[in-house]
Design a protein around this ligand. Structure first.
Ligand SMILES: NC(=O)C1=CN([C@@H]2O[C@H](COP(=O)(O)OP(=O)(O)OC[C@H]3O[C@@H](n4cnc5c(N)ncnc54)[C@H](OP(=O)(O)O)[C@@H]3O)[C@@H](O)[C@H]2O)C=CC1
Ligand SMILES: CC(C)(CO)C(=O)C(=O)O
Length: 322
């Protein structure tokens, strides 16, 4: 099928570890015309393409139709823009995507954190947003090479737009779900994706910040002192309390469940730890900052979250000066 015959135009913005994985998945759809915006790996991907080595899917060269250096080069609108950049400066990216959009463009946000949708809704008030929580474990080990572990799952759902017809939004969600199914990845469609976003942020607020602040993996952290587990659970309970006050119905049993889950896994680091090691800015705002802001607005006392937020923000400040 030639590019002009393909029916669904998809742009992926943020071609790193997670972006590389989902480009691979979407590229398995013959009817998708697939474009990417690549930055540090632009030259490599433009000249030699993108490769994935996946413990679940095998080794592949990824099908990409068009590689852009910046959205400024784009002159027509896409049906879907999949955003897999790190949310380090959440409100900076949506405005730069404007050349690739019109009111029919659906945004698909695949990022850790909470509150990620708000800057997209502010910039694009007439558009559909699909919000996704991924449990894919992946790293870009060299420009244009994505290594994917066995970890693979995703939950997705609408960030409903009261200005739009709900059938239209549902249809856009269903179409994207079909692309993921044809791409043979694991996912579930959720009625209330905010529950999954906050559940994941309880996980990330703990493990991403602790691995970054200590530079030890999760197993070594848990065994490091008798305080490690109670402190971690205290932090998780504070984030759960904030979610509940924000009317997202989490259950406090989640904290025990997440500690049991990590205890059963080999020691891992996190995407935030990778950023720290690479000297890049951290996703403090969406993982710790948004819950912190909500806690302040609601006049809640969250001593462990405040401490972890202050320490991680200091590390982020140091990295931003490098
Ligand atoms: N990696 C993982 O295992 C997991 C990650 N996540 C989440 O997924 C999201 C993506 O993470 P991950 O793939 O690891 O991140 P990476 O750092 O590997 O990839 C992000 C990509 O976005 C690009 N990018 C960022 N800003 C811009 C910009 N302004 N213009 C063009 N390109 C840009 C980066 O380019 P450049 O290389 O030039 O910086 C990079 O290629 C994050 O929210 C993360 O928390 C969730 C679960 C697991
Ligand atoms: C891969 C995983 C699930 C590990 O906690 C993650 O979300 C991250 O590193 O940000």
């Amino acid at each position: 099928m030639s590019t002009s015959e393909k029916e669904i135009k998809v742009l992926l913005f943020g071609l790193g570890a997670i972006g590389g994985f989902y480009v691979f998945v979407l590229g398995r759809n013959e009817n998708v015309s697939l474009s990417v915006v690549a930055r540090s790996n632009y030259q490599q991907v433009k000249e030699h393409g993108l490769r994935i080595e996946s413990q679940n899917h095998g080794d592949h060269k990824v099908n990409i139709d068009q590689v852009y250096k910046s959205p400024d080069e784009i002159t027509s609108a896409f049906d879907y823009i999949v955003c897999t950049h790190k949310a380090v400066n959440p409100s900076k990216v949506p405005p730069i995507l404007k050349p690739a959009t019109n009111d029919n463009t659906t945004f698909v946000i695949i990022q850790n954190g909470v509150g990620n949708e708000e800057p997209f809704r502010t910039t694009f008030p007439n558009n559909t947003i699909i919000s996704c929580v991924t449990w894919v474990g992946a790293t870009q080990t060299s420009p244009g090479l994505i290594k994917h572990t066995k970890s693979e799952d995703m939950q997705m759902g609408l960030f409903p737009n009261p200005k739009l017809n709900s059938d239209l939004e549902q249809q856009r969600l269903n179409t994207f779900a079909t692309l993921l199914a044809t791409g043979q990845t694991i996912f579930q469609v959720e009625k209330d994706i905010q529950i999954k976003r906050w559940e994941k942020v309880v996980w990330n607020a703990a493990w991403n910040s602790i691995t970054t602040l200590t530079d030890v993996n999760t197993q070594d952290w848990l065994a490091s002192s008798p305080e490690a587990i109670p402190v971690t659970k205290h932090l998780m309970h504070e984030v759960i309390d904030i979610a509940i006050r924000c009317k997202v119905p989490l259950d406090h049993s989640l904290a025990d469940g997440l500690v049991d889950k990590i205890s059963a896994m080999p020691g891992i680091f996190s995407s935030m730890h990778t950023d720290m090691k690479e000297g890049r800015g951290l996703e403090v705002d969406v993982i710790l900052g948004y819950p912190m802001r909500m806690a302040k607005e609601l006049e809640m006392n969250v001593p462990v979250l405040s401490t972890i937020y202050a320490l991680t923000t200091a590390v982020n400040g140091r990295l931003n000066k490098l």
